[in-house]
Ligand binder design. Structure first.
Ligand SMILES: Nc1ncnc2c1ncn2[C@@H]1O[C@H](COP(=O)(O)OP(=O)(O)OP(=O)(O)O)[C@@H](O)[C@H]1O
Ligand SMILES: [Mg+2]
Length: 160
């Protein structure tokens, strides 16, 4: 058979600056709704936090976006609450204590190193996988699980 292609076989989106990655997040933010989970995965320094900064800006949140450290779960107040977690340094039991389910009841949730989430929470999500392709070059490939994940993937692919 010819012409079959896995749904995630679309070429990654490329950005060539931190600002370009932020702009992608800013444009995508308009598609987020309460209960949405966006998982960000990829190496240190790949640009995950820059994408979150764009999401927060797109939702009209003010203030700086940094990787959560002492505060394990940040909340940015915008047109919709955006919650931001980073699981890089966390043990499983600490992840359980973050209250991510409650966050999803109140807003959208974006999780760096989100592949460390318990499997069940990944059942309906958009996952963006970053690659570092050069000093300022990054690749962002998106994958969906579940019905809402699929909707978010469609929105992601339609971004300018
Ligand atoms: N195209 C690009 N997109 C995003 N960041 C870029 C790009 N080009 C260069 N950078 C730089 O890469 C770094 C990305 O840092 P960022 O904190 O967003 O990474 P991260 O994936 O969140 O890492 P960590 O896993 O440590 O949290 C920044 O210093 C940024 O200026
Ligand atoms: Mg980060």
């Amino acid at each position: 058979m010819t012409g079959t292609r896995a749904p995630d076989a679309v070429a990654p989106r490329r950005t060539d600056s931190p600002e370009a990655t932020e702009r992608l997040g800013e444009a995508f933010a308009a598609h987020l709704a309460v209960g949405d989970l966006v998982v960000l995965t990829g190496p240190l320094g790949a640009g995950k936090t820059r994408l979150v900064a764009g999401l927060a800006r797109g939702l009209g949140a003010r203030g700086r976006v940094r990787s959560p450290s002492f505060t394990l779960l940040h909340e940015y107040a915008g047109t919709l609450p955006l919650f931001h977690a980073d699981l890089y340094r966390l043990e499983t039991r600490e992840v359980d204590a973050l209250g991510l389910d409650e966050a999803l009841e109140r807003g959208a949730l974006v999780v760096e190193w989100g592949e460390r989430l318990p499997g069940a929470s990944l059942g309906d999500a958009l996952t963006i996988t970053f690659t570092i392709d050069g000093e300022h070059a990054r690749g962002l490939s998106a994958n969906a699980t579940g019905p809402r994940g699929a909707e978010l993937l469609t929105a992601w692919r339609a971004l300018p």
